[in-house]
Design a protein. Sequence first.
Length: 120
Amino acid sequence: MAISNEKIMAALIACGSVRAAARAVGVSETTVRARLNDPDFRKEYETAKGAVLEEACDCLAARLTSAVDALSSVLDSDSTPAPVKVSAADSLLRHGLRYVEVANVLRRLDELEKRTNDGG
């Protein structure tokens, strides 16, 4: 019995590799790779994977404020030991700077795309 595209797609998304997906649905890696080489399957898979990623990003974005608030309260508390404060500050700085860098790159990319689409 042939395994449906949907089962292979779901396994690829859930397992993260061809080998693990093949094992999960009980087919060979060759079968999974053949599906991935099919342009229609690949397009549908990329769309589904993008939707999962977008949903995960939305969930993370919704929790950012809580995470920053938690780290800030650790940092601001008089009862927090100094090493813990340093760790919280380091985390805020590292992740905050990364967030700012990514936001700037995305903004610049949007500007470039807009210029390209506007013809110059």
